[in-house]
Design a binder for this molecule. Structure first.
Ligand code: F0G
Length: 506
């Protein structure tokens, strides 16, 4: 068995690892020739899981109003709802929590976080906020005015909600194939430069307070942008005197993909890639629930004036400037977690597991978003259940059906997560996806194989799946707390078929 480092890819014919960098991902080949990701960590704390029978899964889904957000974890086997706040924490993160400095003002925990932010993101000034959307609230309140237009690669649900709440609107300027389910484009998260120029000409630079780029663009399947693209966006922003804001919630995965897919950076460290990306942005904000496997958020910049202008909003909505609504213990774990974002062995685990699952599902003919991205495996509901029209929420129905079939909880990312227009009609989503999140270092490969197996069964029985409709629909971010019902007795029929096929198996 040969061990090659990532830096001495087989193409170079080098037999020995070219690096002693313990943060670089070693390439490990299996003698059998099998391509499977190898965990580079061990499990030291575990949580018992419960796989309840299909009859209970059916009842639990009815109680949850056909909304996976409303399920109780006692009924959930593998929780693939999100990677937010549920990534496995490292031993060093937990250890750091014990030294938290519980001061209201001047906490040294915050000083340690500030120095981690400066080291990893290269930004000197930091405003803490309790999570990513709290950063978005502050940014939107500060920058967005009625008639403001914010160009971006793609929206995230909470980003859109905060911008529209402040009277602004968004324009999404992705390349044409970014919304194609199957693609070989390695950077589907890139902004289309010509369309960006045209958009600025149409709306006027004066109405554009900032351009937003989202790392590992969440809603189109965790798809990265390239640094070449970010440089081009930066140049345009600078030319027009517009700020560039980076949503860095999934920046670690974006940096990993840049290393894998962008030739200029194939020998660069993840740390260097992170600094290069952040250096191009005037403002970087993040959900620490994602980027540092902790819980919290922050806005950072090297522009003291901008940071000073937003301070009042932090003290008004979040808390004092040295904790911002975050527990000091989490602040300590965030500092360590941010530094661990530079470790390729940490950042590669989730993308490698996703790539494995996506590859297996493709072999089975199950429609999934390609190339495999960050965050999770995204199943294309319109390809899986083409008989369900978008108005009947195919991705929501698929999430429901998959839970009944497996006890695995995914998340709808489609029209259910969208909004209504002024006439009350659903704005149909660009894509209808069932997102199966892969929180970092949480699941084992046999659990991933279980996901594959149950999806294969469901795909065979896909004609049994029917639509769903809202019975209670909140006006804001309706997908969190909305309640739905099945359009027929299809869930009962699906559960009965499962029992018939699996006998007394769970
Ligand atoms: N930006 C991005 C790109 C996100 O993915 C999220 C959250 C936020 C901002 C908001 O951060 O949750 O800390 O307030 N994404 C979670 C998800 C909710 O499941 O994808 P938050």
């Amino acid at each position: 068995m040969k061990k090659n480092s990532a830096k001495s890819a087989s193409k170079t014919q080098s037999a020995a690892p070219a690096t002693n960098d313990s943060n670089a991902s070693p390439k490990v080949k299996f003698f059998s020739g099998e391509h499977i990701p190898l965990e580079l960590h061990k499990v030291r704390v575990v949580q018992k899981l419960h796989l309840v029978p299909v009859e209970r899964r059916l009842a639990a889904m009815q109680e949850a109003g056909f909304n996976t957000f409303q399920l109780q974890t006692k009924d959930v086997f593998l929780d693939m709802l999100t990677d937010s706040g549920v990534n496995a924490m490292s031993d060093n993160q937990i250890a750091a929590m014990m030294q938290a400095d519980d001061a209201y003002a001047g906490s040294q925990s915050f000083a340690r976080l500030q120095s981690a932010v400066e080291e990893v993101f290269g930004k000197k000034y930091l405003l803490p906020a309790h999570q990513g959307r709290a950063c978005e609230n502050i940014l939107a309140q500060h920058f967005v005015k009625p008639n403001s237009v914010i160009p971006m690669n793609y929206h995230f649900t909470t980003t859109l909600a905060h911008i529209t709440r402040n009277g602004g609107r968004i324009v999404e300027i992705l390349s044409d194939d970014a919304l194609k389910i199957k693609s070989t484009n390695p950077f589907k998260g890139n902004i289309d430069i010509a369309k960006l120029e045209a958009s600025i000409a149409t709306h006027g630079a004066g109405n554009i307070p900032f351009i937003r780029m989202e790392a590992s663009t969440n809603l189109i399947g965790g798809q990265p942008f390239s640094i070449a693209n970010m440089r081009a966006v930066r140049a345009i922003a600078k030319k027009h005197g517009i700020l560039l804001v980076l949503d860095a919630s999934l920046i670690g995965e974006n940096a990993y993909f840049v290393k894998q897919r962008e030739a200029e950076f194939k020998n660069a460290s993840v740390a260097k890639i992170l600094l290069t990306m952040c250096d191009l942005a005037d403002i970087v904000y993040f959900s620490a629930r994602k980027v540092s496997s902790s819980r919290g958020g922050g806005i950072c910049s090297n522009n003291k004036e901008i940071i000073d202008q937003m301070k009042n909003l932090v003290v008004l909505f979040e808390g004092f400037l040295t904790y911002g609504g975050i527990s000091v213990r989490e602040i300590e774990s965030m500092a360590v977690g941010l530094r661990e974002t530079t470790d390729e062995t940490v950042m590669s685990q989730s993308p490698l597991f996703i790539e494995y699952l996506v590859g297996r599902l493709e072999k089975l003919g199950i429609p999934v978003v390609t190339p495999a991205g960050g965050l999770g495996c995204h199943v294309d509901a319109m390809g899986f259940v083409p008989h369900i029209p978008q108005k009947d929420y195919p991705a929501g129905a698929l999430a429901t059906a998959f839970y009944i079939a497996s006890g695995v909880r995914g998340m709808e990312r489609g029209t259910m997560s969208s909004v209504r227009d002024v006439h009350g009609h659903d704005i149909l989503a660009d894509a209808e996806l069932l997102r199966l999140a892969m929180p970092r270092r949480v699941f084992t490969l046999s659990q991933v194989k279980y996901v594959e197996d149950r999806l294969a069964w469901l795909y065979k029985n896909r004609n049994l799946i029917g639509g769903i409709h809202f019975v209670e629909e909140p006006t804001v971010l309706r997908f969190f707390n909305g309640r739905l019902a099945a359009n027929s007795d299809w869930p009962q029929k699906l559960a009965a078929k499962f029992r018939q096929d699996f006998g007394d198996s769970l």
